[in-house]
Ligand binder design. Structure first.
Ligand code: C2E
Ligand code: CA
Ligand code: CA
Length: 778
């Protein structure tokens, strides 16, 4: 039973979508139709039986089966809302035919003389208009999927079949009929009606690219069998060999039962109709050949004129079709190229890259190969665009394209993914590092952008299939993560590493929490005193930020500043720090404490063109003279964009603010910059200071920085002074200021004031102007 249900579901797939009672009804009905047809065929046709099978039973089974086929189509129209009218019309057409047969059985089987035409003929012929209309509706419902070349194929097929049919059928069947108008009309109706059906079916097959959905296949098979049975009938009747209940009756029945079954086949193929593929061209080619063959035949033998005309037309349309297809094929690579090329650089674009990557993954999956995706991003491209303009940015990208192109070969793909981001796809993952190195090498030579020579660095992230991810999105995302890591570490390239990704996720979440912390006012400043070595006076303090997290307590800037520096959060962070440092300066001034405040500025901040304005506004708002503020920045602010950094430093210096170069000695900036830079102070990095008494090399560096700074008229500060011995040595070398744990760690503002009083021997809470007079502002 289960097996029966299964095979019925396979046989009538479209019935599966019905409700259970309807489905059961349809399945039972169709099963009965199938078994009935089988019985009829076995009993009547296979035995060549004329009479062994009881005549009335034979006829009535036959009629019932025809009605069943019609009922199947009508049920489809009733139960399924899709293409209702078309199936109703087919059902009515088949029903008309069945009624014609019933009429024949009832009134004409035993008639002395069968009238011609009879009412049965009228009913038979009614089949055609119903079915044509239905077919037209069916075609229209799917027509929007069809390509214009398929319409032409359909036309070629229709014309070729018509011309051939005209050649053979018209002469034979119509050639020698006579009689009344009604007789001639009836005679003509059948072959023409069948011919049109065949032509219709050929056309439908053509517009479906010769692979129509199953409903069409079964319907077409039914109609073809039916039409052939009909044509054969006309022959055999002309020859006087027709016998009721013979093979021919079986063919009619089979054809119409197939039509009944087509009602429950899937009407639309799921996948889109393809216009490519050679198979599509085979059938129109055959038809064209047949039409040409007929034209040739016409030279040797009599072929009706109408037939020749149709064949000629088919050939002309075939030529037209070839011309159209040729044109489409010629345009295809060009349109495809345009759709997959990046206009600016001439490289492949994102779309092509995705397609190639998808294909490469498929291939690699089958051959268990490793492939690599490289994501390349230029460093500071945005700044370049902002300062030199978009034209300069475009020029750079244009020059970069060919250079990057040189780094890949053969099957490898290079694409501009957008902006200053490029992607490389390597079908062989093992060469990834080598390609990344070649990219680095290509960037060593400077670019010439409208007469300006400039260096551009890039960061490359590498993800491997299947090691890091197995999907297109996964690989791109991983390569992206690795690329940002490379950028953060100032490396040329980085392979993706899951453990670091976890780390960077944490860092990312920290950045977003930091953003909230800034708004919530959780950032606090501590101040570390800077002491004039020769006098022991505290002349300035360095503002050092801490994150006072309600849950985790005070978080060191070393934990969040390096992360923040890679993101836009550095702007609000510095703004808050500047604001509270300058505000603090104001309140100290009001207390009579004259301390210069030093604030740390990141490279990111310096590239922000608003910075000088912002600083100026804050000083004015808090009514703090510019000479009470010092900005510290490391020498690497000069690295990415020296010209712009120097300009910003000059503007800040013009405000009257002091500039200090922090962590001096650890960077790689050329000393020649120092001459042109508006700097007031050098801060020797604590890594040289702390151990200078034990490490002669450190001592030598401290000494040379001091000499150099003084020779350029700069103040020199030593950071990380932890022992009295170091302080004494620095004093001997003539160092100006010292800062370090020997004096104090960074303190809260009120602690700071207390500390100052303790140091000067004054009572806590009372400011001592003498002890805190800034020595450096006058
Ligand atoms: P930095 O600018 O070099 O600041 C000096 C760091 O050395 C401070 O650490 C300070 O507490 C520490 N230090 C001071 N004296 C000694 C000493 O004698 N021995 C030792 N071992 N360390 C000493 P802190 O506060 O953790 O700051 C770390 C870094 O965070 C700073 O280094 C600075 O680069 C950055 N930073 C702090 N606050 C800010 C800020 O407001 N803005 C920016 N952009 N960066 C900041
Ligand atoms: Ca500093
Ligand atoms: Ca420092």
């Amino acid at each position: 039973m289960r097996a029966l249900a299964y095979s019925l579901s396979k046989l009538l797939p479209f019935a599966d979508q019905l409700g259970s009672s309807q489905r059961r009804g349809v399945r039972a009905g169709m099963l009965a139709l199938l078994l009935g047809t089988l019985t009829y065929t076995l009993a009547t046709v296979l035995e060549w039986n004329v009479g062994a099978f009881d005549a009335p039973l034979n006829d009535w089974l036959y009629n019932a089966l025809l009605v069943g086929a019609a009922a199947s189509c009508i049920a489809r129209a009733l139960f399924v809302p899709v293409l209702r009218t078309a199936w109703l019309l087919i059902g009515l057409g088949v029903l008309a035919w069945a009624l014609g047969d019933i009429y024949w059985t009832v009134w004409l089987t035993d008639a002395e003389q069968v009238p011609y035409p009879s009412p049965a003929d009228a009913l038979y012929i009614l089949f055609y208009p119903f079915v044509y209309t239905a077919l037209a509706l069916l075609v229209r419902s799917t027509a929007r999927h069809f390509h214009r070349s398929m319409w032409l194929d359909g036309l070629i097929g229709v014309l070729a079949v018509s011309s051939i049919a005209a050649a053979f059928v018209i002469d034979t069947i119509l050639g020698d009929v006579g009689g009344s108008l009604a007789q001639v009309a009836t005679n003509v109706s059948y072959p023409i009606g069948d011919l049109l059906l065949l032509v219709f079916i050929v056309g439908v097959f053509a517009i479906h690219g010769w692979r129509p959905p199953r409903a069409w296949m079964v319907l077409a098979a039914g109609i073809v069998v039916f039409a052939f049975a009909d044509s054969y009938f006309l022959y055999s009747e002309a020859a006087g060999t027709y016998a009721v209940g013979g093979m021919l009756d079986g063919a009619w029945l089979l054809g119409l039962v197939a039509v009944g079954f087509s009602a429950w086949q899937p009407p639309i193929r799921e996948r889109a109709i393809r216009i490519e593929g050679r198979a599509v061209l085979v059938v129109p080619f055959m038809f064209t050949l047949a039409a040409i063959g007929l034209l040739i035949l016409g030279n040797f033998q009599h072929v009706p004129d109408i037939s020749l005309a149709l064949a000629g037309l088919a050939t002309v349309i075939a030529l037209l079709r070839v011309a159209i297809t040729f044109n489409e094929l010629r345009e295809l690579p060009e349109t495809r190229r345009q759709a997959e090329t990046d206009e600016l650089t001439g490289l492949s674009n994102r779309r092509l890259f995705y397609r190639k990557l998808t294909e490469a993954i498929d291939k690699a999956a089958k051959s268990s190969q490793q492939l690599a995706v490289l994501m390349i991003d230029l460093d500071h491209f945005k700044e370049l665009n902002d300062t030199l303009g978009h034209y300069a940015g475009d020029t750079l990208l244009q020059q970069l394209g060919p250079r990057l192109q040189r780094t890949i070969r053969g099957e490898e793909t290079l694409a501009r993914l957008g902006g200053d981001e490029f992607g490389v796809l390597l079908p062989d993952g093992s060469v990834a590092a080598r390609v990344a190195q070649r990219i680095e090498q290509e960037l060593e030579l400077p670019f010439d952008i409208g007469g300006v020579t400039m260096h551009v660095d890039a960061s490359t992230g590498i993800a491997l299939y299947p090691d890091h991810a197995t999907s297109v999105e996964g690989l791109l995302q991983r390569a992206d993560v690795a690329m940002y890591e490379a950028k953060g570490e100032h490396r040329a390239y980085r392979f993706y590493a899951p453990e670091r990704d976890q780390h960077s996720r944490e860092r990312l979440s920290m950045v977003s929490r930091l953003r909230g912390a800034i708004e919530a006012g959780e950032l606090v400043l501590h101040y570390q005193p800077q002491v004039e070595i020769s006098t022991g006076r505290v002349v300035s303090v360095e503002a050092l930020v801490r994150w006072n997290d309600p849950e985790r307590g005070l978080i060191s800037p070393a934990e969040f500043i390096p992360v923040a520096e890679q993101t836009a959060v550095m702007h609000p962070l510095t703004l808050t720090v500047l604001d509270s440092a300058i505000a603090q300066s104001r309140s100290w001034l009001e207390e009579g404490v004259h301390l210069m405040v030093s604030v740390n500025i990141s490279a990111t901040n310096l590239l922000d063109e608003m910075l000088p304005d912002v600083v100026n506004q804050l000083l004015q708002r808090h009514r703090v003279p510019a000479e009470y503020l010092r900005l510290e920045m490391t020498e690497n602010v000069l690295m990415s964009d020296p010209a712009r950094a120097m300009k910003a430093i000059q503007e800040l210096s013009d405000l009257g603010v002091e500039i200090a170069l922090d962590d001096f000695g650890t960077g790689y900036s050329s000393l020649s910059y120092l001459k042109t830079l508006a700097v007031d102070e050098l801060k020797i990095d604590m890594s040289f200071v702390t151990n200078m008494t034990t490490d002669p090399q450190d001592a030598a560096i401290v000494r040379s920085v001091l000499e150099m700074g003084h020779s350029m008229g700069l103040r020199v500060v030593a950071e990380g002074v932890e022992t009295e011995q170091v302080r004494r040595e620095l004093a001997g070398l003539g160092c100006d200021l010292a800062q370090g744990f020997l004096f104090s760690k960074a303190l809260q503002p009120d602690e700071m004031v207390r500390w100052l009083h303790d140091r000067s021997g004054a009572e806590p809470g009372e400011a001592s102007p003498a002890a805190s007079e800034p020595a450096l502002t006058t």
